[in-house]
Design a protein around this ligand. Structure first.
Ligand code: AKB
Length: 318
C-alpha cells in the first residue's frame, strides 16, 4: 500500500491527525513531517518523523519518492492573526508550499488534502447559511491565501487530474496541542483558563460575535472521510463547507458554567481579531458535504464542553 505523508504534523490538527491515521492504516503507513516546532513524543514513538521545509520543492519530492507516498495531507499553514502580522510569510507558507505540494503530487500521482477555512469568505459574503458557492472576497491575507489555495486545487484537478480534496474548516477546538495565531483561538483558551483558574479574563472576541466551530474529533473525521470518499461523488475540488456548531463567546461561557458554576468571563477585545471575526460567516451551510460524501458531525456545544472539561481536568490534576 502506498504511504501517507502529513506536513505540518506538529500543529493543532497534525498532532492528532497523525495518530488517528496511524491507528487506521498502521504506524508504518504514515510519515509525519514538521518544520520548526518540536514533535511530541507520541509522534516520534509512533513512526517516521522528518523535518522538511515545504517552501522548498526538493524537500517534498525527496520524501515522496523515498517513502512511495500516495496521499498527502497538507497541514502546513499560518493562521489568520499571525498572517495579518506577517503577510509575506503567510503567502510564502500558505500558497507557495501548496503549489510545491501540488507540483510534486502531479509528478508522483498523489492525492492531496488541503484544508481551507471560514477565512476564505469576507465581508461581502452572506453571513448566515453561507452557501457552498458564493462571493469569496476576503480582506485578510490569510483569506487571500486560502482562496488562492482553493483555486489552485481546482486548477490542478482540472488541468492535470491531480486528486485534490479539501474542506473549509471552522474554528477548531481541541485539548492536545493549542492552536497558534488564529482568531477562533479564544474558544480553546477559554477552556484552559476555566479549568486552570475558573475564569477567563481576556476574551479577545466581543460578546455577540457568532462563528462556526467544530470539535477536533469531527475535524479529523472530516479529513479522513473526504479522502476516502468515492471520487465520482465529489462535485467540488476546491473545498467543502463543513461545520458542527455556531456560537458567540457568551454561549460557550454559559455552557462552561454548567460544569464550573463560579466561572466568569471578561472581555478585552483585540480590534484586529475582532475585525477578522466580523468578516467571517456566522454559520455556513454544509449541505453539499452532507449530500456528496455523507458528512455529519458528532459533537455539539454541550457534548464538546463536557469532553473538553473532562480531558483538561484530568491533565491538570496530574
Ligand atoms: C483561525 O482562526 O485563523 C483559524 C481558522 C478559522 O481558519 N482557526
Amino acid at each position: 500500500m502506498k504511504k501517507i505523508l502529513v506536513t505540518g504534523a506538529c500543529g493543532q490538527v497534525g498532532s492528532e491527525l497523525v495518530p488517528a491515521l496511524r491507528t487506521k492504516y498502521g504506524n508504518d503507513a504514515v510519515i509525519a513531517t514538521g518544520h520548526k516546532t518540536e514533535p511530541s513524543q507520541e509522534l516520534l514513538d509512533g513512526g517516521e518523523f522528518h523535518y522538511i521545509d515545504c517552501t522548498e520543492i526538493k524537500c517534498i519530492a525527496e520524501i515522496v519518492e523515498k517513502y512511495d507516498i500516495g496521499t498527502i495531507y497538507n497541514l502546513t499553514t499560518i493562521l489568520s492573526a499571525k498572517a495579518e502580522a506577517n503577510p509575506q510569510l503567510a503567502w510564502d507558507v500558505n500558497v507557495n508550499s501548496l503549489r510545491n505540494i501540488l507540483e510534486v503530487a502531479r509528478e508522483y500521482k498523489c492525492a492531496v488534502f488541503t484544508p481551507s477555512t471560514i477565512g476564505a469568505f469576507g465581508p461581502d459574503t452572506p453571513l448566515d447559511n453561507t452557501p457552498q458557492i458564493t462571493v469569496q472576497r476576503p480582506n485578510t491575507m490569510y483569506g487571500i491565501t486560502k482562496v488562492a489555495g482553493e483555486l489552485l486545487c481546482d486548477y490542478y484537478y482540472r488541468k492535470y487530474g491531480v486528486d485534490t480534496r479539501g474542506v473549509r474548516w471552522p474554528g477548531l477546538i481541541s485539548y492536545v496541542t493549542p492552536p497558534g495565531g488564529g482568531t477562533t483561538d479564544y474558544a480553546v483558551e477559554i477552556f484552559y483558563e476555566a479549568v486552570k483558574h475558573g475564569k477567563y479574563l481576556h476574551c479577545f472576541i466581543r460578546e455577540g460575535t457568532y462563528l462556526d466551530m467544530m470539535y477536533m474529533p469531527d475535524a479529523l473525521e472530516s479529513a479522513i472521510m473526504i479522502m476516502e470518499a468515492d471520487s465520482r461523488r465529489l462535485k467540488h475540488r476546491n473545498a467543502y463547507n463543513v461545520t458542527a456548531m455556531s456560537f458567540a463567546p457568551e454561549h460557550i461561557a454559559r455552557e462552561i458554567k454548567k460544569h464550573i458554576p463560579g466561572f466568569t468571563i471578561e472581555y478585552r477585545v483585540d480590534p484586529v481579531r475582532q475585525a477578522i471575526a466580523e468578516s467571517w460567516p456566522n454559520k455556513m451551510d454544509d449541505s453539499a458535504a452532507r449530500t456528496d460524501w455523507g458528512w455529519t458531525p458528532k459533537y455539539d456545544l454541550a457534548s464538546m464542553t463536557t469532553d473538553m472539561i473532562n480531558k483538561l481536568s484530568a491533565r491538570f490534576k496530574k
